[in-house]
Structures are given as C-alpha cells and as structure tokens.
Design a protein around this ligand. Structure first.
Ligand SMILES: Cc1ncc(COP(=O)(O)O)c(C=O)c1O
Length: 362
C-alpha cells in the first residue's frame, strides 16, 4: 500500500479556495490589500499576538525580523545547526554572523544550556527553532535577556505552557510554504510580534523601506504577501487546529500500535503541544530502514543529514575556521528518520507504516 510522507488534507478545500482566488482575481488587488490585511488580523488573533506582517516567504520573515530586533552587520546571532538552512542563511543575509549551537537529539531543539555555551559579548539575538513542530524552550531562553526571534516556520498552531509558538519570544517568523501545517499554494510568510515598533519597522522593510513610494527611509526588501496566497490561507486557517489534532492522533496511534518497539519515537518537550509538522523518529540504521520502507511503498527520509554548520556556504562563519563540536546535532543528523504524517493519513496506512517498520527491523 503506498503511504506518502506528507498526507495533506488540502484537496477537500480546493473548491472553496478556487472560488476565493477567482474573487481576488476580479478584485484587481493582488499584493497586500484588504485580503492580506484580513489574513494578518486573523492569524494574529489566532496566535494571540498584536501584529502579523505578511511577507514573501519565511526566510524573509527571519531576515526582516532580525533587523527589526536591532541585529545588524557584524552582530552574532545564536542559531541551531540542526535546522533548515534558511534559519542561518537569513542571519548571514543581513551581514550578521550565525553562531551555531547544539540541540538535544531527543527534542531536536536547542536547550538553555546549548544556547548559553554559544553566547559571547558579541551576541545580539537568539533564534530558537520549533523544529518539526515541537516547541523549543523559549521561556528558559528569555532568562538570558537577549532578543529572541522564534523560527516558527514548522510550528503553526503548536504551543508551550498554553501559549502559542510565535508569541513566546519578541517576534516570530512563519512560513506558508505548501508542505507546512498552514501551507498556501506557493511561497508566503509572516513576521508576528506584539511589539508595535517591531511591527511598524517590519511593514516598512517589506516595502523597500518606504511608506509612501516617494521617500525611501531604509534599504529594505520587495517581500509582501500576495492577496491570492492570503485568500487561500484564510480558507485554511480555520482548519489548522483540527488538522493538528489529527496529526497528534496519528502520533498517538503510532505509539499505541507498537512503533516504539522498532524506533525511538518523537516526544513533545515538557509543556509543549507538538504539531508534528514532520513525524521524526530515530534509528541506528535509518538508511537501511528507509530503503526497506520505500520498497514497500512507504515513503521515509532523513532530514538535515549535513547540518548547517557543515555546509560549504557557512565555512567562513566558523570561529577560527574550525568546525564546532556539536555532538547532539551530529547524532540527530545521523539517526533521524521522518515517517508518514498528516491529517489525511488513514488508519490502514498507519497500520502499514507500523508493519513495514516491524518487518524492516527484524
Ligand atoms: C525551520 C525553517 N526555517 C525557515 C524556513 C524558510 O521558509 P521559506 O521556505 O518560506 O522561506 C523553513 C521552511 O522552508 C523552515 O523549515
């Protein structure tokens, strides 16, 4: 039985989305405008934040977010190395220096201790990543008294201590890349914050640093949320909680049906409500198991096999040109294996994944 890695529920909503897209096409307002403003208000209200600033993608949300927090050329920003490349790329893109910290391979997230080890006098911000939909311990990081930009690209709807990811630090970057828990029909992103000044500067930066298209106050970006994406996202946002609940039910079913006998299963961090953007387990021989699963039609793959601090483009940022020792990162990179997940995963597909893992582990 074929089982896809991403089991999306988008198809059932396409008729409504295409109606809304046709309305936007007829409206003649394609960039920002009332549709994007409505989505910004709705996402901010859903998260419990004062502001949402729609931008072109999650990478720009990170770069703009860092600048609004006062990070500039030469500043150090602590980022995990076990993450999607864009987390560190956005730091480098604004002329700042990514300083790589380790993760706990059990949560795949940074800890207060791993971040603390990476701090120097030059540190100007921290970017914890809520990786795979698990919340990083932002409350503990706040005690370090530095600006925090959450990378919430993979964590729409997740929470820590009852508060939504994206409202735990000073600002947060979201991505609406199609495979995300809240994914559009193309690229999109948002910077979320409850700080009025941060939001105002983000609005300026996303539009070339100008409010009136006459005077350009800063060198900014052309990075705005399209009305078409906003219209699609407005249809999907009301589904997010139910989809995430179904993702958690799939994770619970995997555990109940004995998947933990064959792999080390992902666990939410203490106090976290995991939204399983990806269901990433760990195994001593992930490539062999993935090959076995694929032969049975079950998609599986490892993520971030070469962590960011080992990527060629990051070599010039390493202190004294030396690769830092990040054992948790290397272990996560070596052992992780993503298994099928998504709100549309059927009961018999869950059974098939468990059976395939069982037969691959013997
Ligand atoms: C952790 C993380 N950060 C940042 C991004 C960048 O988002 P985008 O692809 O929308 O630029 C992504 C996703 O692609 C991501 O997974």
């Amino acid at each position: 039985m074929p089982v896809p890695l991403f089991a999306s529920s988008l198809a059932g909503h396409l008729p409504r989305i295409t109606e809304r897209l046709a309305e936007v096409a007829r409206s003649g307002r394609y960039i920002l405008g009332p549709e994007a403003e409505a989505f910004e208000r709705e996402l901010a209200a859903y998260l419990g934040a004062r502001h949402c600033v729609g931008v072109g993608n999650g990478t720009d949300a990170l770069a703009i977010g860092l600048r609004t927090l006062g990070v500039g050329p030469g500043d150090e920003v602590v980022v995990p190395s076990f993450t999607f490349y864009a987390t560190a790329e956005a730091v480098a893109a604004i002329g700042a220096r990514p300083v790589f910290c380790d993760v706990d391979p059990a949560s795949f997230c940074v800890t207060r201790e791993t971040v603390e080890r990476a701090l120097t006098d030059g540190t100007r911000a921290i970017v914890p990543v809520h990786l795979f939909g698990n919340a990083a311990p932002v409350d503990a990081l706040r005690e370090l008294d530095l600006p925090i930009l959450e990378d919430a690209a993979q964590a729409a709807g997740s929470a820590l201590g009852g508060r939504r990811a994206g409202t735990l630090g000073h600002a947060a970057a979201f991505s609406f890349f199609p495979s995300k828990n809240l994914g559009g029909l193309g690229d999109g992103g948002a910077l979320v914050t409850s700080d009025d000044r941060v939001a105002e500067r983000a609005r300026l930066l996303r539009s070339h640093g100008s409010r009136d298209k006459e005077t350009y106050l800063e060198v900014g970006y052309n990075s705005r949320l399209d009305a078409l994406q906003a219209a699609a996202l407005r249809v999907l946002l009301p589904e997010l909680d139910a989809w995430n609940a179904r993702r958690r039910a799939v994770a619970a079913a995997y555990a109940e049906r004995g998947l933990g006998r064959h792999l080390e299963l992902p666990e939410p961090s203490p106090g976290a409500e995991h939204v399983y953007h990806l269901y990433v387990a760990r195994h001593e021989r992930p490539d062999a198991l993935a090959g076995h699963l694929r032969a049975r039609g079950v998609e599986a793959r490892s993520y971030y096999r070469v962590p960011v601090h080992r990527q060629p483009a990051m070599a010039s940022f390493l202190p004294d040109g030396r690769t830092p020792d990040l054992p948790g990162t290397d272990e996560a990179a070596r052992t992780n294996l993503a298994l099928p997940m998504g709100p549309a995963l059927a009961e018999d597909q869950i059974d098939e994944v468990v059976a395939a893992c069982a037969s691959g582990s013997t």
